[in-house]
Design a protein around this ligand. Sequence first.
Ligand code: SAM
Length: 242
Amino acid sequence: MRRFFIHPDTQISGEVLLSEEESHHIARVLRLVAGDVLQLFDGRGNIHDAEIVTVGRQVSLRISSSRFVAEEGVPLQVCQGLLKGKKMEFLLQKCTELGVSEFVPFISSRCQLKKTEQQKLSGKYERWQKIIDEACKQCNRSRPMRLAEISSLENLVQETVPNRGLFFWEEEKKCSIHTVSSSPLETGLQIVLGPEGGFAADEAQAAEKAGFQIVSLGPRILRAETATIAAVSIVQYTLGNM
Ligand code: SAM
């Protein structure tokens, strides 16, 4: 069944009017007509089955049934050092598919984005949110991944809850992800992954002091985007979310 994201403030009574953008997609791109059925979701767990009543500048729908779906599984927050080019967009899509609850982009000492590029990032949010919404539709999630404001590694370290976070450091030799016991993972987990330039030793030390567990993904140095997908997959499997 086709799924469409509606704004959480959309009034859901007998009939619903979709936005002009969604209406255009239904009428012009998918060429759906009156009588076709589809599913509306608002990203907060509310899902509505609906039938198209009229197709025009704004499509109107009649709601046939509604339900609420609670958050899926143990929440996982991914904190990602800012990456260059399309890699952030790639990770937003993959982390949505992998069931990540929240994505927090951050700036750290070895981020390779120039200051001018960092200043332009707020303009990317609308596009980043669209990528998350599209991935959410494609993978049939009832709630999209939350996208947080750009933070800094210092803030993340200061604000973390001790023993609830894994800090993936490419120089870590002792503690492998295998040895992370699943016990502290029940109530949700925060994982931190670095930018292309990696993490400086003092950043890893500050994270450890704040209560993060410093972990390795093995002897090979993975590309940043490979490391994030590998870490999320292993942790989601351990949390029982895959
Ligand atoms: N600075 C290194 C270099 O340029 O060769 C690599 C940094 S790596 C591309 C980016 C991030 O991926 C790291 O900061 C870390 O979070 C993660 N990562 C990559 N390989 C890892 C490993 N073997 N163990 C733990 N984390 C790893």
